[in-house]
Design a protein. Structure first.
Length: 635
């Protein structure tokens, strides 16, 4: 908790706001001057990744990894199971993409080798399938003051837990007490440098291409075991840092994560001014030297206050300011591309983005005259939901299937855009060819995950299915074969299944039927008969467990000749049942079931029901243990 004196905090916030406004004034003054670089096109990227243990679950190893790697290009992300690697900027030209790929492969290999020395691994994916809500406590946050202050600030603005829902094939209803849901997401962020006078045009181009670009690159369909959007990162990230109190949501205030609501019109200053006007500062630093004095001395100011605030507003196309040597620069950071599945897939995604940026800006003078912004935004949301199955509207034309638009219109456009920067034909063919084959095969990373998940339907344990997906994605990504060539995931080998039955959380049932104290007992009896249940949990209106209805209690009532008329669940339920935590070992839970002579254990966290461990689940595990033991000793 932040114990700083409120007066000191307010004074520091006021100083920071003055510094932020000074930075805005300085940037506006610089836009027409010589301190911002022009006439150069540079590209770059940031690689985010997940760290896993040998079982495929998130591993809190970021601190040890950074020490093991010892490379300044690697930095912390929010969680201890994430890392980020920053690629060197490349001047757009004949070999820029191949140089970028070589460095990306080098960085990912460094991470893999360091992880292996720690008996761990690296996975390139938009959302790690094996993440559980228990992994998202503040025990997993990187212990840096900046992250802890950001968590406190977002919670203070929100005034309550973070709550949101995402509807896909399944439905995810989230109530979470901290900002750690943000750490569920990993991206491959690409950067495109541009001069101030071309920024508006190129930023609008980035908005226009975002939908169909994303449709070809989706890789994040599974969250906390639920099958949701093909690129669920967008919805999850928006909910994870949505600091708006209910009153602000009701009047339509935009969240901190957003696509935008209209075209940029005149200057990059529109973005920075709106973000300062609309969003409260979350973090603060002491002021730099007066930025206007720096400009007068012929030096580009750092504008650290502006950069800090800009880093807490998450536009999917973000305007960025940076300084390299004696010159500052502006760039567009495109943030919607997911991490993975491989280095070559990510480079293909980046090349597609760079090619479309160059191609569309050369062939259409002003996208605002050819595209309707509402269509552009709709394209983006449709791509996130449905990937290659989405419909896209291009340049005011009729709606067209994403694969048709990509193959017939956008890949040739991207090819012309890359060629205009003298990118070698073999590089264009290499990277855009991956996109062409991925779209032609209809196998994005998201499709591979969902189709593999469906193929594993016979695997009863959800934990075992998700571990199989994660470990197979790790193995296949290390081959650097692009995802459109991957075979679907297979079940874990027999010797590995035990690792999916070590804790209660791994084998508990989570698709539960529940009743309330005031419900008619006849309803409880009917639900138990319809769904062949021996135990039925009783919750209050807040989802807290308050009791259990058992089949045995119902049968005793029937045997006594007592009916159900006028009887409520509360009249028969067993209050204050024995409960366990999700991290309890299966062995300890079995002992409780045996010693207490009961048939089920509710699994509870902070009073809320998470799942149920039934004796039948334990019997199934025991049967598999016996089967494996006999198999191991079979001559």
């Amino acid at each position: 908790m932040n114990s700083e004196d409120p007066t000191d905090e307010a004074q520091r916030g006021a100083r920071f706001m003055r510094a932020l406004l000074a930075d805005l004034a300085a940037l506006e003054k610089m836009l027409d001057g010589p301190l911002i670089e022009r006439g150069v096109r540079r590209i770059g990227a940031e690689q985010e990744l997940f760290l896993i243990d040998r079982f495929g679950r998130p591993a809190r190893l970021a601190e040890r990894m950074l020490s093991e790697i010892s490379d300044p290009r690697f930095v912390h992300e929010l969680a201890l199971f994430n890392l980020e690697a920053n690629l060197s900027p490349q001047r757009m030209g004949p070999n820029a993409l191949s140089r970028m790929e070589a460095e990306l492969r080098e960085l990912n290999q460094k991470a893999r080798e360091a992880a292996a020395r720690l008996n761990a691994g690296v996975v390139l994916t938009g959302i790690l399938p094996t993440l559980r809500q228990d992994d998202l406590s503040l025990e997993s946050i990187v212990p840096k003051a900046r992250y802890l202050r950001m968590n406190d600030a977002l919670k203070s603005l929100r005034g309550d837990d973070f709550r949101f829902s995402i509807q896909g094939i399944d439905r995810l209803d989230v109530r979470h007490e901290n900002v750690m849901l943000e750490s569920c997401t990993a991206s491959f962020q690409v950067h495109f440098q541009c001069a101030p006078e071309e920024f508006v045009e190129l930023y609008n181009v980035a908005q226009a291409i975002s939908g169909p670009l994303l449709a070809a690159c989706v890789n994040s369909p599974l969250v906390l075991g639920k099958r949701l959007w093909e690129e669920t990162r967008l919805a999850l990230f928006e909910g994870a840092v949505d600091a708006r109190p209910e009153a602000h949501q009701a009047r339509g205030q935009a969240p901190r994560v957003r696509f935008g609501d209209d075209w940029l019109q005149r200057s990059v200053m529109e973005i920075f001014r709106e973000d300062v006007s609309r969003y409260r500062t979350l973090l603060s630093i002491e002021a730099d030297p007066d930025p206007l004095q720096e400009i007068a001395a012929g030096r580009p100011p750092a504008l650290n206050a502006l950069k800090l605030h800009n880093g807490t507003v998450f536009r999917w196309n973000r305007a960025c300011y940076g300084v390299d040597g004696n010159l500052a620069h502006l760039r567009i950071e495109h943030r919607s591309l997911p991490a993975g599945p491989t280095s070559i897939d990510q480079m293909a995604n980046a090349a597609f983005f760079f090619g479309l940026m160059s191609g569309l800006s050369r062939e259409i003078d002003d996208v605002r005259r050819e595209f309707n912004f509402a269509d552009v935004k709709r394209n983006f949301i449709a791509a996130a939901r449905d990937g290659l199955k989405s419909q896209q509207t291009w340049a005011g034309q009729r709606s067209v299937a994403a694969p048709e638009l990509i193959l017939k219109t956008l890949l040739p456009l991207a090819e012309r855009g890359l060629a205009s920067h003298s990118v070698a034909p073999q590089e264009i063919e290499r990277y855009l060819g991956v996109i062409e084959q991925r779209v032609g095969n209809q196998q994005t990373g998201a499709r591979w995950l969902l189709n593999s998940h469906a193929q594993l339907h016979a695997v009863r344990s959800q934990d075992e299915r998700l571990r199989a997906l994660t470990l197979e994605a790790k193995r296949l990504s290390e081959t650097e074969a692009p995802v459109h060539t991957w075979p679907l995931a297979q079940p874990l080998p027999k010797e590995a299944w035990r690792d999916s039955h070590r804790t209660v959380a791994q084998i508990m049932a989570i698709d539960l039927f529940c009743v309330r104290r005031e419900d008619a007992l006849q309803l409880a009896a009917s639900v138990m008969e319809w769904h062949h249940l021996r135990h039925l949990p009783v919750e209050d209106q807040h989802g807290a467990l308050i009791g259990i209805i058992t089949q045995r209690a119902l049968l005793k009532r029937i045997a006594r000749g007592e009916g159900f008329d006028g009887v409520t669940v509360g009249d028969l339920m067993r209050a204050n049942p024995i409960v366990v935590a999700p991290e309890m070992s299966t062995q300890d839970a079995i002992k409780i079931l045996r010693d207490a002579r009961i048939g089920c254990l509710p699994v509870v966290r902070n009073g809320r029901l998470l799942g149920m461990l039934n004796a039948q689940d334990v019997i199934d595990v025991g049967a598999r243990v016996l089967e494996q033991a006999l198999s191991d000793h079979d001559p």
